[in-house]
Design a protein around this ligand. Structure first.
Ligand code: GTP
Ligand code: MG
Length: 377
């Protein structure tokens, strides 16, 4: 055997260097928080074999660069730099799956989570008392005083909806601070959504009550440096997750949004048809074609803005995407009319045939748009 590739004999002494806890920190534009967080972890986790994995979505402020510099000096620090992707949940999942310690924690980079709770959370997992430990703002001893009224209200409402609709028994299923046994996480991982902000809620809902859970209180602090990445779309992400889990992943938010945008397209089509016929006095075929073209264009813009906002096309890609969308929708129209005809042929009920055709059209357009217009890179 070639000396160079001879396997290195296992050395029992190496085991002690293996981390017991992997801390996963999703980051986007958190450059100024990295060193402070690292210092706090080091102080809080004396005597624990830990590692920290920063998952950075190619932050324009170069957060990944700061992490790399730190990683060169300390082997416990690792950096995953993801290019062309955004999303908090996906980043956390990727970070956990890229590490191997028997326990994994997720925490924010901005020092809002209390790292001094980590040893307690770890010992609850190690003793077997829990498989999931949540840093909770909403139990005795915890608080989220740094929230303004608007945000506190939204958080309370979302928590209530999650509890009722998904029968979640936990006080703070929206927390971004938790620790879990790796084996349990790996079992659940294939069913988790990589879209959205609410990975903990997803974990709890997907486990369907079969995850021994303990909550420990902590005070949600104020962000140290940088800006919040929360926007109004977070509410949409949340509703999508609740809907998907409620319907056992049958209906996705994306499909629902796509169908809703399709509905607005019908109104746009009829509006344009009216204007073209009555105001511009086009002949009917031209007016109908103008209606279809305008509706497809507004549908494309809305889908790019809303349905596929995490994969939004920009610059020249918009033009290419629009042309592909016209093509997809034209074939969708043929499929629509074809199905409607064949249903009508069997059973001449106009609304049934019309609805079957429309459903065929929207399913086709959705499936093909995902493949050819907003293709995942
Ligand atoms: N990798 C990655 N990290 C993200 C993304 N969005 C947010 N984050 C990180 O996720 C953590 C939570 O985001 P925040 O904006 O702090 O959300 P929050 O704590 O609920 O809001 P604030 O109270 O305003 O800070 C932070 O460490 C962010 O840098 C993303 O798209 N990708
Ligand atoms: Mg934060």
């Amino acid at each position: 055997m070639n000396e160079a590739i001879r396997p290195v004999p296992e050395s029992p002494g190496q085991d002690t260097a293996q981390p017991i806890l992997s801390i996963v920190v999703p980051t986007f534009n958190e450059r100024d928080n990295v060193s402070a967080l690292y210092g706090k972890l080091e102080a809080a986790l004396k005597g624990v074999a830990w590692e920290v994995v920063f998952v950075d979505d190619n932050s324009p402020d170069g957060t990944w660069d700061v992490v790399r510099a730190r990683a060169r000096r300390d082997g416990r620090v690792r950096c995953i730099r993801r290019i062309g992707r955004r999303g908090l949940s996906g980043a956390c999942i990727e970070g956990i799956l890229a590490s191997s310690a028997p326990f994994a924690a997720v925490m924010d980079a901005d020092l809002q989570h209390d790292e001094t709770q980590l040893p307690k959370m770890l010992s609850l997992l190690q003793s077997g008392e829990a498989e999931l430990v949540i840093g909770s703002r909403y139990i005795e001893g915890g608080s989220a005083d740094s929230f303004n009224r608007h945000r506190a209200g939204a958080s309370a409402l979302a928590t209530e909806v999650a509890k009722r609709v998904l029968s979640v028994q936990v006080a703070d299923p929206m927390s971004g601070f938790f620790m879990i046994r790796r084996d349990r996480f790996e079992q659940l991982a294939p069913e988790l959504s990589t879209q959205g902000f609410k990975i903990l809620l997803d974990v709890i809902a997907t486990a369907r009550g079969e995850l021994r859970t303990v909550e420990v209180p902590f005070t949600f602090g104020s962000r140290l440096h940088g800006e919040s990445k929360l926007d109004s779309m977070v509410a949409l992400d949340f509703l999508g997750l609740v809907l998907a889990k409620f319907t056992n992943d049958v209906i996705s938010l994306r499909f629902l949004l796509f169908a809703m945008v399709g509905g607005t397209g019908l109104l746009v089509h009829l509006g344009t048809l009216f204007v073209a016929l009555r105001v511009l006095e086009f002949p009917f075929p031209e007016a109908q074609a103008a209606g279809a073209l305008v509706a497809m264009t507004t549908n494309f813009i809305l889908n790019n803005f809303l349905t596929y906002r995490d994969q939004r096309l920009k610059g020249f890609a918009i033009l290419r995407g629009l042309l592909a969308f016209y093509l997809v929708c034209s074939v969708g129209l043929l499929a629509n009319v074809g199905v409607a005809f064949s249903v009508y042929d069997q059973e001449p009920i106009w609304w049934l045939a019309g609805a079957a055709g429309a459903l065929m059209g929207v399913v086709w357009n959705y499936a093909m748009s995902g493949l050819f217009v907003w293709r995942k890179r």
